[in-house]
Design a protein around this ligand. Structure first.
Ligand code: ZN
Length: 72
């Protein structure tokens, strides 16, 4: 699945498998903020995501969800 395939209301939960730090990201804001192409896939993103907490690279697990707060 590519980032361009997501709808505006969808959000990605990126969890670091090392330290369990989780962030919610909108697919389109990833492209703007990190200058990633919209053709990037979720699998690519898992490999390239750097955890802001422990700084490990490629240790992310990505889940696709409805909207922030949807996992309560
Ligand atoms: Zn981490």
């Amino acid at each position: 699945m590519r980032l361009s395939d997501f709808s505006d209301w969808q959000v990605l939960r990126v969890t670091c498998t090392r330290c369990n730090n989780a962030v919610l990201l909108y697919p389109k804001s990833i492209c703007l903020a990190a200058r990633r192409p919209l053709t990037m896939t979720v699998a690519d993103l898992e490999k390239k995501f750097r955890c802001s907490c422990c700084e490990s690279l490629g240790e992310a697990r990505i889940e696709i969800g409805p909207q922030p707060g949807g996992w309560r």
